[in-house]
Design a binder for this molecule. Structure first.
Ligand code: M6R
Length: 614
């Protein structure tokens, strides 16, 4: 989704803005732009498509552009108005003295636009953002104070925003503010930064502060002043970021996605560290505040999430119900928020989100919180909005994930669900000790098994090549791996654009079987356990319709060789833990198909890493 960078200091601003925007590219975008102050005049440079196009424009005018030591930059993911240069940010007011960049959606922009047009403003774009540039300019005309102009403008704006603003007449100053969209300030020596996410700052400074909703920061090279919407001064609470810039490098892999898939054994070890110490010690989750009393009073758990996090949540349901005997409902956050949800103080509501900034999930947890539910957040970003609003937190420790397609964060979410379910089961005493010890032992062995898949991936590469020209793909499974089928299909469709769908194998004959013929690959996830034989029968039915059969299995059953054209064999694992292993070959399969087709693996079209609008 859109990304913002602002810089004011003593260096060439455009270099810092372009580097910052590059490190936000993973969020997904379709156009970009910067506003700079060159020889006392605000000037805009914008381009459609990839950042390279903006870099080319900058290069042509570099001798002038490089003079500016202040600027704001933006990558845009279109919401209001098509991707185009006119709609790309920054936007300006009539006279071009105010320049702004914006993330989020201004919900009342139509009313504001009508009012501003009636006052003589001329609009040059179809965006909601341009209204804010005109609004700030009109407030500045009254107050001659940029911070106050921004404050007054935000009082008239409805919706979500992170804004960075500069004005030609207010030298060396950027004013920034936010409501329901993330914004972080970076503090340097004789220079200050503002950005929508840490990767844009981390190579310049590790000293940062997250702005809260409705706070306004005024940045000059040597100062950062924060006020709230009532003009109260907010003291600076600067923290040191733990991140290393090296985490953002591909480390020799062709794509971030491939690197992130390969990080998964270490991610599992990271997630387990400090939480699962030995198999006979209880799991410790320090930031979970649910005690025996609270747990006994719980009558249900609801989990809200989107996309890949939703699939992790669906597996979480199986695990929690199995270990803890508490009924669990899982729902897409976007569905949860617009109906009468039955939630109360005896419901634990779990929000799952890699980014911790997904707008629908934030709205869902706020809704549940208002109804008195305890909010537990499972996130990869303990610094995110969701984490800050949580009553309990399970940080998943996957490190920054750059590729839009979630892989290692999904793995970390799954492992976190195992730990959470065991934690609740141990507090409640709902699970047999021997079973618990076996499970913990298996969790400790999991990284080695993932490693084994990663070191023997030629078979998956060959299958990827063979099936890359197919237009459709079906993934089937049952039980705890049904969400694995959904996630395998999501991975494939989002990076290769092949029409891939996941089905419960038992549902095939209730409709989807009509699509089967020799143009349809069907990948069956056949892990040993309760539903193994059932899926095998479903696979026979698909084979009888000439579907091109692929198996993903931990079984060495010889019957499979007759039924399946290709088999991906993975190490043996207990059924309950199998989703954490079965997903790895599916991530690789999606990756190699997309790579073979020459797709933009890390930044698939139309997608954003962090979906901060509803
Ligand atoms: O940051 P979140 O986990 O809340 O994001 C939810 C989805 O947008 C995300 O999982 C999306 O589906 C991924 N691109 C999938 O790879």
């Amino acid at each position: 989704m859109c990304g913002i960078v602002g810089y004011v200091g003593n260096k060439t601003a455009v270099n810092i803005l372009l580097d910052g925007l590059t490190s936000l590219e993973y969020r997904g975008y379709d156009s970009s732009g910067v506003a700079l102050n060159i020889d006392g005049k605000v000037q805009l440079f914008k381009a459609q498509g990839k950042l390279k196009n903006l870099r080319d424009i900058v290069e042509k005018n570099y001798s002038d552009i490089s003079k500016s030591t202040i600027g704001i930059g933006h990558i845009r993911w279109a919401t209001h108005g098509v991707p185009s240069i006119a709609n790309a940010h920054p936007h300006t007011c009539n006279c071009g003295r105010v320049a702004i960049v914006h993330n989020g959606i201004i919900e009342n922009y139509k009313e504001l636009r009508a009012k501003l047009e009636a006052q003589g403003c001329t609009f040059r774009s179809q965006t909601d953002t341009e209204t804010v540039a005109h609004l700030i300019a009109s407030k500045f005309a009254q107050t001659k104070d940029l911070t106050e102009a921004v404050r007054l403008a935000t009082m008239e704006i409805e919706g979500a925003y992170a804004l960075a603003v500069m004005h030609q007449d207010v030298k060396n100053t950027i004013v920034a503010t936010r409501r329901n969209a993330p914004l972080v300030i970076g503090f340097g020596e004789g220079e200050n930064f503002v950005a929508s996410d840490i990767p844009a700052l981390i190579q310049y400074t590790k000293r940062a502060m997250y702005l809260e909703d409705n706070q306004i920061v005024t940045l000059t090279p040597t100062e950062a002043k924060i006020i709230d919407s009532e003009k109260n001064i907010i003291p600076l609470k600067i923290e040191t970021l733990p991140w290393e810039p090296v985490a953002l490098s591909k480390m020799g892999y062709k794509h971030f996605m491939l690197k992130e898939i390969h990080e998964q054994p270490d991610i599992v070890r990271n997630v387990l560290t400090g939480k699962l110490k030995t198999i006979d010690e209880p799991i410790s989750l320090n930031e979970v505040t649910l005690d025996v009393k609270k747990l006994k009073e719980l009558n249900r758990i609801q989990i809200v999430a989107c996309g890949t996090s939703l699939h992790a949540a669906m597996i979480g349901k199986y695990i929690i119900e199995d270990f803890c005997g508490i009924p669990v409902e899982v729902e897409a956050s976007s569905e949860y928020i617009y109906r009468k949800t039955i939630t109360d103080e005896n419901t634990l509501v779990i929000g799952v989100s890699q980014s911790g900034e997904t707008a629908d999930t934030i709205t869902a947890i706020r809704l549940a919180k208002k109804k008195g539910s305890h909010i537990l957040i499972v996130t990869n970003r303990p610094d995110s909005t969701m984490a800050r609003e949580a009553d309990s937190l399970v940080p998943v420790n996957a490190g920054i994930e750059v590729s839009v397609a979630a892989t290692k964060s999904y793995m970390a979410q799954l492992i976190s669900f195992y730990l959470l379910a065991i934690y609740i089961a141990e507090v409640k005493g709902s699970i047999d000790t021997k079973e618990l010890m076996e499970l913990k032992h298996e969790l400790i062995l999991l990284p080695q098994k993932i490693d084994k898949i990663l070191t023997h991936k030629e078979n998956i590469q060959n299958i990827a090549k063979k099936f890359s020209s197919f237009k459709d793909f079906i993934f089937v499974a049952r039980g705890i791996n049904f969400p694995t089928a959904l996630e395998g299909a999501l991975k494939l469709k989002e990076i290769s654009y092949i029409n891939a769908t996941g089905y419960s194998a038992g549902e095939l004959k209730h409709g989807p079987i009509a699509m089967l013929d020799d143009t349809m690959p069907v990948l069956a996830i056949l892990m040993k356990g309760k539903v193994y034989e059932k899926i095998l029968s479903n696979a026979e039915e698909a084979k009888a319709r000439n579907a091109r059969m692929i198996a993903l299995t931990d079984s060495d059953d010889k019957k499979l060789d007759e039924l399946f054209e290709n088999i991906i064999r993975i190490p043996e694992i207990s059924e309950i833990l199998s989703p954490a292993l079965a997903i790895v070959p599916l991530q690789l399969l999606a990756y190699y198909i997309a790579e073979f087709l020459g797709k933009d693996v890390d930044q698939p079209r139309n997608l954003a890493k962090s979906v901060t609008v509803e």
